[in-house]
Design a protein around this ligand. Sequence first.
Ligand code: NOJ
Length: 541
Amino acid sequence: MPTPRPAAPQPDQAHWWRSAVLYQVYVRSFADSDDDGVGDLRGLVARLEHLAWLGVDALWLSPVTASPNADWGYDVADYCAVLPEYGTIDDLDQLIATAGAAGIRVMLDLVPNHTSDRHPWFVESRSSVDSERRDWYVWADPQPDGSAPNNWVSSFGGPAWSLDPASGQYYLHNFLPEQPDLNWWNDGVRNAFDDICRFWWDRGVAGFRIDVCNMMIKDAALRDNPPATEDDPFIMQMFGQRPIYNGNRPEGHDILRRWRTLAGDYAPERVLLGETNVDTLENLAAYYGSGDDELHMGFNFPFIEAPFEADALADIVARTEALLPSGAWPVWTGSNHDVSRLATRWCEGDPAKVRLALLMLLTVRGTPVLYQGDEIGLTDRVFEEHELLDPVGVRFWPYYPGRDPERTPMPWDDGPNAGFTSAGVTPWLPLADAPMHVAGQRAEPGSVLHLVRDTIALRRRTPDLLAGAYRRLPAGDGLWAWRRGSATVVALNLSAERGEVALPGATGAVVIGTDRAREGSPVGDALALDAWEGVVVTSRG
Ligand code: NOJ
């Protein structure tokens, strides 16, 4: 049982998530307690000590619900049952209780856009055109020539429609054919999800990360998507169309408002964190509604996809600050189970850059979300074609290896299987190539892990870092510096050259830095930074 920590300075418990550090657990790859090579809930409970020591406030667990795993849990067969490989609902209750005792809340992943094709709802829907649940999914007749009802393509490639030979109709799937899309125009679907939300929230689940929450409602007339233009993002050009009718519909906001009202029935209010994978910050801002009636937070994909360059990142932060409605709260992340890890994508495995990226994530204004392994600077693994399990990698190889590279098991120590599972067991995915692990870094005060832990602790005791306004400060090329609140400055050098940030009239000291030796040193009018160095300074003036 982890040692309870002193309570964080959270004057406003209702808004705990604003001062929180969230941590994404990809359960399958976190810790295996029963030697089947697959991470599970008991394994996670056994490793809570690490998370409490690190100082995170809440976990988001990737789906733990029953699933045939065509898409590793994102094809749900029962929204109220735990996948047996991961344990039982009692194990989940135990996790919520044990984590809660250590001051850590637990959020789950809600997958409302689609179910598994094995979900009893779809089995019933498919059984007959007259089935009571026929309209719970998106069914449509073929065009006169027998082809799919319209031109929509799946986010995972190929047509978004599959023919059901028995009924002669097509069903819609914005992802795999094994993931039929629900019909969110149907009130029965809406009511069923109200019940699912209550089921988990009543058990103490602190909120949901909501999968593809921008695609739930589809155009009622099933109009063709227009062709992509050369000004559209690469992904739209690759698919040849702009997805304006198979998702991103204005009517989808009704569902979020409905859930926000439901979440407000709980104390503290249950948190809605959307996977808002939209192309513009304007579209992202829309998912916050008027600031307090839709999502509490929406993931910022333009930030995740930006290059690791001062102006690119600073521009997204500034525009996000300007575009979010008043009262809305940003969320920042650099890695997740769908994108190459920040240590690889942004930092090319360079430890100096990794430190800088993590310091940045933990000090911009908003809620940071770390993905398991970020705290030790874990990098992607390079996969061979025959090793791939992700259906997306299998489909797009060799152009895209899919998402296995960022989903490898968590390396805990230098023992067999890096402590993820026992000796002699084959982990479900091979371990990462890099020899880094949690135990090694915990024993080394100068490690990335200690930097992350100490920066989290600094946030907790520094009101400026939790809630202070963000204001960019003038600085030269490759430099990004900003003030938080009244007395805190963050200065980062995202370049290979030494640089200097002017802080006219400032007196203060470095409170944390990527170069730990610098901490405590005084800061005056000018702050010199080595290549890829970052510091947080308390500064008056
Ligand atoms: C986004 C999830 O993060 C991803 O892993 C999944 O494949 C798709 N949504 C479909 O559910």
